[in-house]
Write a protein that binds this ligand. Structure first.
Ligand SMILES: [Zn+2]
Length: 376
């Protein structure tokens, strides 16, 4: 993005150096304003035609919170609401535990899903909320096994401060909203998805004011410490971790430094199955899902949630990048319903495969790629 007064000189520079370029959006501010207006109109029409549900919308923090509280109250036999701690700006970060028994049962694997670690990736929270909806409010006969055999931990708003800021002030905000890091007195927040204690601050990171600033130290952000603590609390039982982002149709796994986990073939198998299930329902405007090691097919990173999950022993740890349909982070709300439905199919596939691997975990040792019974 360029300020209008820099337009001519920047274009001259590109031309003089022979750098190919094209104009994607002529006026970003005007485009964002227009999208705001369209969203207001869409909300009005939708509420006129019936009840607005938070998973078919871009709900604010308070609306997400209200939904989680309501689900926990209405379905207290299977749902536990956990207040995991507070964000930098003191917003409670909550998640739901879903279990066919009120306490998590040790013989079952856990599926851990979170969304909105990056504030501007608005379409991720509806997907997490819709997953709750399909497992609780609208559990269908063909999906009863998913709740019966698997316990779920679903955290729909990892970075509520950044998310609220992206609604109130700056639509394309990505980072947290912490102030006063030793390295960073001028710019606010860090990239939470570079802030985990795995190869911290090595590759794919930026300066304090960049969108990939990893923070002054691992887990400097309360938001990432909460994810770390969920993983530690359920050590050995989380079979699959899905860190949901937007956009670009990617399913990625570790490690961000181009090395592969020892169970990479199985990581790939489960991810490819997920991609295939979602592609079978895809809209023409979406790309086909691309599946692979995040560093080899996208770019190198360090300190990511995906790598941390893998490193602490979760056998299947993924980054999911939902479709953008050419709108990047500003997916029009009309697409939410489709993304929810299509992603749910992918999630169900991964949950069932994770269950199979969990049942045979003595053969598929955590982190091991070769099962003893297939070594012939
Ligand atoms: Zn992201």
């Amino acid at each position: 993005m360029l300020a209008p007064e820099h337009r001519i000189s920047a274009l001259d520079q590109l031309d003089s150096k022979g750098i190919m370029h094209y104009l994607h959006i002529a006026d970003v501010a005007k485009t964002l304003e227009k999208q705001d207006e369209e969203m207001q109109m869409w909300r009005q029409t939708k509420s006129r035609n019936g009840k607005m549900v938070p998973f078919e919308d871009y709900p604010r923090y308070a609306e997400v919170d209200e939904y989680l509280e309501k689900i926990a109250a209405d379905y207290s036999d299977i749902v536990t609401l956990v207040n995991a701690g507070s964000s930098y700006e003191n917003r409670p970060i909550k998640y739901l535990k879903l279990s066919s028994q009120i306490t998590l049962h040790k013989s079952k694997p856990i599926y851990f899903m979170d969304a909105m670690i990056h504030a501007r990736e608005w379409v991720t929270t509806p997907v997490a909320l819709y997953t709750i909806h399909r497992l609780v409010e609208n559990l269908r006969d063909q999906d009863r096994d998913l709740l019966h055999d698997i316990d779920w931990i679903i955290l729909p708003l990892v970075n509520p401060d950044g998310y609220e800021y992206s609604h109130t002030d700056f639509r394309l905000w990505r980072r947290t909203r912490s102030i006063g890091s030793a390295l960073n007195s001028t710019c606010i927040g860090v990239d939470a998805n570079r802030n985990f204690d795995v190869e911290f601050n090595t590759v794919g990171v930026g300066l304090p004011c960049s969108d990939t600033f990893p923070g002054s130290e691992p887990f400097s952000e309360p938001e990432t410490a909460i994810i770390r603590d969920v993983m530690a609390e359920h050590d050995g039982r989380i079979q699959l971790y899905m860190n949901i982002h937007s956009h670009g149709n990617w399913i990625l796994y570790g490690f961000g430094n181009r090395t592969l986990p020892s169970n990479a073939v199985h990581l790939h198998h489960v991810a490819a199955s997920m991609g295939a299930a979602m592609d079978a329902l895809k809209l023409p405007a979406a790309g086909f899902y691309k599946v692979g090691n995040s560093a080899l097919i996208l770019y190198q990173t360090s300190g990511s949630a995906q790598d941390y999950g893998q490193a602490v022993g979760i056998p299947f740890s993924y980054t999911l990048e939902l479709p953008g349909y050419g709108w990047a982070f500003q997916v029009p709300p009309q697409f939410i319903e489709h993304i929810n439905a299509e992603t749910w199919e992918g999630i169900a596939v991964t949950a069932r495969l994770a269950r199979s691997y969990y049942r045979q975990r003595d053969n598929f040792l955590r982190g091991s790629s070769i099962a003893t019974d297939v070594r012939s």
